[in-house]
Write a protein that binds this ligand. Sequence first.
Ligand SMILES: C[S@@+](CC[C@H](N)C(=O)[O-])C[C@H]1O[C@@H](n2cnc3c(N)ncnc32)[C@H](O)[C@@H]1O
Length: 204
Amino acid sequence: MKEMWDERYSKQEFVYGKEPNEFFKLQLDKLPVGSILMPADGEGRNGVYAAQNGWKVTACDLSQEGRSKALQLAAERGVTLEYLVGDFGTLHFPESSFDAAGLIFAHFPAAQKFHLLQQVDHYLKPGGYVIFEAYSKQHIKFQQQNPTAGGPKNVDDLYSTEELMQIFGHYKVHLLEEVEVKQEEGIYHNGLGLVMQFVGSKPV
Ligand SMILES: C[S@@+](CC[C@H](N)C(=O)[O-])C[C@H]1O[C@@H](n2cnc3c(N)ncnc32)[C@H](O)[C@@H]1O
């Protein structure tokens, strides 16, 4: 898994682009600035956007190459962020310490995903926000029609409303939708895709 991501990110180009995911940007811009955890931040397009807007960013990813690209992008934009390399499940952060968490296409293997999302909940402060966008289980049909639609091919690694509510059902739900999006994110997320979008805040 790590090797696959290192190989993908070892190209000179930013394979998901340098600009933030649109949904992440739209939702982040509505929140008061604070600290944000960015698990699976890849080449850093979203973490760097948050840093540019004054957030104190702690990112992580399996990929060392992802980290190098993220730090390169941060330098280009004149900002800094903390970026740890490792499996999110084995990294440790203080409990209840982040004002927000950004999970953008954080597709974890099925065996890990519930535990990792529970970790996100554990690290958020009461009142803290989750901004989540990732492919829906129904996205498989879009992949069949459009090979550049992106995303894991294993339906168990994709998300559903029920799964999100299993973890974040006790949150205040500000937005929860399964929506068709026209993607233009680098070379791997192109054309129509079906995503789950969720914004929730942890009970105070
Ligand atoms: C589709 S990419 C998304 C990258 C980034 N969030 C973005 O939207 O540009 C998925 C990322 O998840 C990371 N990842 C997968 N499993 C992980 C884990 N257990 N811990 C940390 N990162 C993980 C991969 O290394 C990869 O960078």
